[in-house]
Ligand binder design. Sequence first.
Ligand SMILES: [Zn+2]
Ligand SMILES: [Zn+2]
Length: 494
Amino acid sequence: MRFASLQLNNSTVLIPEQLSPTQDSSLLHPISYYKSFPLQPIGKSFKPNFQLLQVLQGKHLLIDEIPFPLLDLHAHYLNGFIHIEAGLQFKEGELTCIRCGSKRSFSSFSCARCKTKDCRYCRNCIVMGKVSSCSPLYSASASFQPKESSISLEWTGTLSSGQREASQAVTRAIKRNEDLLVWAVCGSGKTEVLFRGLEEALSQNKTICIATPRTDVVLELFPRFKKVFPSIDLSALYGGSSKDSSRFVISTTHQLIRYKEFFDVMIIDEVDAFPYNADSSLQYAVEKSRKKTSSLIYLTATPPKSMIRNRQNIVRIPARFHGFSLPIPSLTWIGNWRKKIEKEKLPSILIEWIQQQIDDRKPVLLFLPSIKLIDKITPLLNEYIQCEGVHSEDKDRVNKVMKFRNNELPVLLSSTILERGITIPNVSVAVIGAEDDVFTESALVQIAGRAGRSKDYPDGSVRFFHYGKTNDMIAAICHINDMNREADERGWLK
Ligand SMILES: [Zn+2]
Ligand SMILES: [Zn+2]
């Protein structure tokens, strides 16, 4: 869009081309031409449209995302109720997308809105609408008025000793607007640890976001929170969801780029998971979407070292909810297995181990380093045992995992996509080629964390088949041993 600069009641205001009294092209410029969009004083006699403010409060929206006429938006801007800024700005000498924080991947196009041949736009967040040199971003300061009358937590479960300690730490961090890392082993029940703190936050009218890098986790968490906070208007945000939002949202980290200084409580589940750990613009989105004074809580079983260093506030849950220790992976050398597979053969130790699990009536989950290897090994293994493979690009993934869950499929081969979040009672877990670079310490700890989760079958079997021990394999085993020792010392093991 182009704007003209006008003097109105002794102050400078910017006015969109469509509403401007002048249509002289030399006076109309893309929004990025102006150094800043002056904030207007509150118009005392102006009656704002609360529906419009509700759509814009704490948000960072493009004009196409706002279901109100430009004239209304402009009137709210003139009266100090909404703030406008250029979507692309120079920060420290570098072109920066103010919505997603990206400083690279820009392209140019011939733009009808600003009538230039080389209007630049951000490629990084293009899937959420184009932020270009002439795109204004609209926002209104957040002051949420909740519709609910009462907040009740409807949960009658009990917390384990470890969960109770973490729950108190979460509540304290929320009350004091502090940061906290909840380092909770796989199967410790980290979701329940949030309930009391969130009840407290809701009773104080705070805005809450539970963010996760993955849509599957949003879909899994949403019904769980809906069930325990039935009177609260809860929103699930992910690519393709409706954009309606409330004061309590469960969102993918991607969707947070549409927010600005909105949340009092920001909880990041699986902070070390892809793509959050690898994408600085998602980290920017999290920072931008929370208020300057707010609480930031990280939840994970495998925090990155950089997160543990320099952090004062950490609470650990070293024990699983059911009180049995974490299964320790065992290592088995299988020689040059890749060469064997090239010759269409499988290591016999591997076949024997899988057969043993089947004989013991255990479902078998096998992790492989790449999609190519899954495609190669699945037919070879199928000559012995019924099996299927899944990976991120597999459209039939949900179906195959469902068959595995329902015991209709004895063996499932997977990429690291299933390293988190899957719970199958009595499952035996193995990694083939554990020496591969994709199997970092945290990936191996998460994979081992799939076993023994159910209280009816707490001792699962975990095996790392390898062609040479790596530091990550050793570190993963030490990590799990340390947690078991700590849980034991605290008297939290059965
Ligand atoms: Zn962007
Ligand atoms: Zn343009």
